[in-house]
Design a protein around this ligand. Structure first.
Ligand code: ZN
Ligand code: ZN
Length: 165
């Protein structure tokens, strides 16, 4: 999804305000544990500072995630800030987001920001009790009589595998 920045690049304006919605079709998969559920709203601006061009924006969306403790799905609001330098100089396009013929691929920047800033360990609730490592019940929903030292090594291994850490 591209936005056109004619006025800015031709220096008829010092800055451009952004208030846009990026459809989910432009957002890739974050990872196998997080699914974006709503279009991403972006508010911010693109502006000159010392002859360089910057993007500063705040993005918001909703996602469905898997809790690292109890392995249940839950929904969460995702908010991130973006601070990026942009460039119109072809020689700098390896280092900064490139404005190609006055047009910037804003969805690419948002997509990368979502991937890079996603918290590694999402939990459904900071008080989530997780799963019993011995019998596997969800301790948020029921109690079990397992002793703490009775951990079934197969279940512990499974949990490790699922959590991937
Ligand atoms: Zn949980
Ligand atoms: Zn148990």
């Amino acid at each position: 999804m591209k936005i056109t920045l004619n006025e800015l690049i031709e220096k008829r304006k010092e800055s451009v305000d952004l208030d846009i919605i990026i459809p989910m079709s432009h957002i890739g998969m974050i990872n196998k544990e997080i699914e974006i559920l709503s279009p991403v709203s972006l508010k911010g601006k693109i502006f000159y500072e010392d002859d360089s061009i910057y993007l500063e924006a705040h993005i918001k969306t909703k996602a469905e995630c898997i809790c690292h403790r109890c392995l249940q799905k839950f929904q969460v609001d995702i908010e991130n800030s973006i601070h990026e330098k942009l460039t119109i100089n072809e020689e700098e396009m390896q280092d900064y987001y490139y404005i190609d013929k006055n047009s910037l691929d804003i969805a690419e920047i948002v997509d990368n920001a979502l991937v890079l800033n996603m918290p590694m360990k999402l939990v459904c609730d900071e008080n989530c009790q997780g799963l019993c490592l011995a019998c596997g019940v969800n301790l948020n929903e029921e109690q079990c009589d397992c002793e703490e030292d009775q951990i079934d090594p197969r279940l512990a291994k499974l949990k490790d595998l699922l959590l991937n850490d």
